[in-house]
Design a protein around this ligand. Structure first.
Ligand code: NAG
Ligand code: NAG
Ligand code: NAG
Length: 409
């Protein structure tokens, strides 16, 4: 696993952690149980069902001709894969194929109007139109569950009116996006702690702040990553868009600020990722862990990062840890989403249904690890945009492509 760095102290930490959490294992499932609407003890079994459906979906997708079918989406609770079918005459061929014969009971072919080829062509044309109108704060995604391209934008803003008039030609679904969850601009009121001998810890979801002379910005910590022997915290690149360099980041904990280091490396064009370097002089410690308050129960939950997960199916669960809204789970709605801004169009994003507000930018997005779901999770990416329950995720694989490795247990 070339993208993974195993920390030597891991086993010791793990042992202590298992002892400590033996009694509260069940509450570790609380955020996902809430999303699925099931009792906590049903979660492990549903995760196995989900894993199985993902495996089948991965075998199924290459069998579907994109001009006859309009994408698939998993329904974990129903234990089915829904298949948008434009040409009904192709159903039997897929059902009776060598690869699908034994999985027929999991397949649900549904009548649909739009093939994936059509949707993809519409998607690309809408992105071009968004660029032409210099649209900002928008999400454009192919969503199998509604078998259409869905656009999220401020429908009331005057500057979007012309775009909406033009884009209606493609008959997309247009949904309102109230305010894109950018960085949270806060007042400078905290105390800067420089010399005191304490070692505060950065977890996935911790509050990170940076300042200019006139403003402070707060974002969330994503994941601990390494490159060339140096330690970094992955967060959203746009967190420093209002801050002149060097944007030095601090961990804010109980109103105290602990220096981490600068976000020198960032990208806001193709990706929205920023890497905060932990300086040798910094007293903070990084952990390959998510720790935060469960949004519903207000319980403090902790998980170890065991690996990473590449999202290939819609309908499956994801969870996030952000400093404002804590831990919550939801589902992947699109594996083919984009946002168009004046600095460029970011593609290869996921549209997720996850509660988020300003300040949650950079949140760790993860999935429960199938082998030990009560303690381990797999990194998926970071939250970069959205509002309310509409979220956009930049996949962690883009950070791997930039040469960073994920630190895991
Ligand atoms: C397909 O399109 C027709 C005509 O526009 C519409 O009546 C029907 O509801 C659509 N079906 C689906 C499944 O979207
Ligand atoms: C969608 O369009 C893009 C850009 O033209 C292309 O690279 C991709 O292969 C297309 N995907 C499908 C499923 O048609
Ligand atoms: C708050 O702002 C003042 C200047 O307005 C600055 O000197 C001080 O360092 C800031 N506080 C922190 C914690 O950075």
């Amino acid at each position: 696993m070339r993208n993974i760095y195993i920390h030597p102290k891991s086993l010791l930490i793990l042992f202590a952690f298992i002892l400590q959490t033996c009694l509260i294992v069940n509450s570790q499932f609380e955020p996902l149980a809430n999303f699925w609407g099931v009792p906590k003890n049903k979660v492990p079994n549903l995760l196995i069902i989900e894993k199985n459906l993902i495996l089948i979906d991965n075998k199924l997708q290459p069998l579907l001709d994109n001009s006859d079918f309009g994408g698939t989406y998993i329904d974990v609770i129903a234990n089915k894969i829904n298949i948008n079918t434009v040409d009904q005459s192709k159903v039997d061929e897929v059902k009776n194929s060598l690869q699908m014969k034994q999985f027929q009971n999991f397949l649900n072919f549904k009548f649909a109007n739009n093939s994936l080829t059509q949707l993809n062509s519409t998607f690309n044309q809408i992105i071009r139109l968004a660029q032409k109108f210099s649209l900002t704060d928008n999400i454009i995604s192919i969503e199998p569950e509604v078998n259409n391209v869905v656009i999220y934008l401020d429908v009331k803003a005057d500057q979007n009116k012309e775009f909406i008039d033009s884009v209606n030609f493609f008959k997309p679904i247009i949904n309102p996006l109230t305010k894109v969850a950018n960085e949270n601009i806060i007042f400078n009121s905290s105390t800067l702690i420089k010399k005191r001998e304490i070692h505060p810890i950065v977890y996935g979801g911790s509050k990170l702040v940076t300042f200019s002379r006139t403003r402070s910005v707060a974002c969330s910590a994503g994941f601990w990553m390494k490159k060339n022997g140096k330690d970094f915290i992955l967060s959203a690149g746009h967190c420093i868009s209002l801050i002149p360099p060097p944007a030095v980041f601090y961990l804010e904990e109980l109103d105290n600020l602990h220096e981490i280091g600068p976000m020198d490396v960032f990208s806001i064009e193709q990706t929205d990722m920023g890497f905060i370097e932990k300086l040798d002089t910094s007293l903070v410690q990084l952990r390959q862990m998510i720790q935060n308050i469960d949004q519903e129960s207000s319980e403090l939950l902790s998980y170890f990062i065991a690996g990473n997960s590449k999202i290939t199916s819609t309908g499956i669960h994801v969870c996030k840890s952000g400093h404002v809204t804590g831990i919550s789970c939801g589902k992947v709605v699109s594996i083919n989403a984009a946002t168009s801004t004046v600095t460029g169009t970011k593609r290869g994003l996921f549209r997720v249904e996850l509660k988020n507000v300003p300040g949650d930018s950079g949140s760790s997005v993860y999935r429960y690890n199938i082998f030990n779901p009560s303690q381990f999770v797999d990194a998926v990416g970071i939250l970069i945009s959205g509002s309310d329950t509409i979220g956009v995720v930049d996949p962690i694989h883009k950070a791997f492509d930039l040469g960073y490795t994920l630190v895991t247990i």
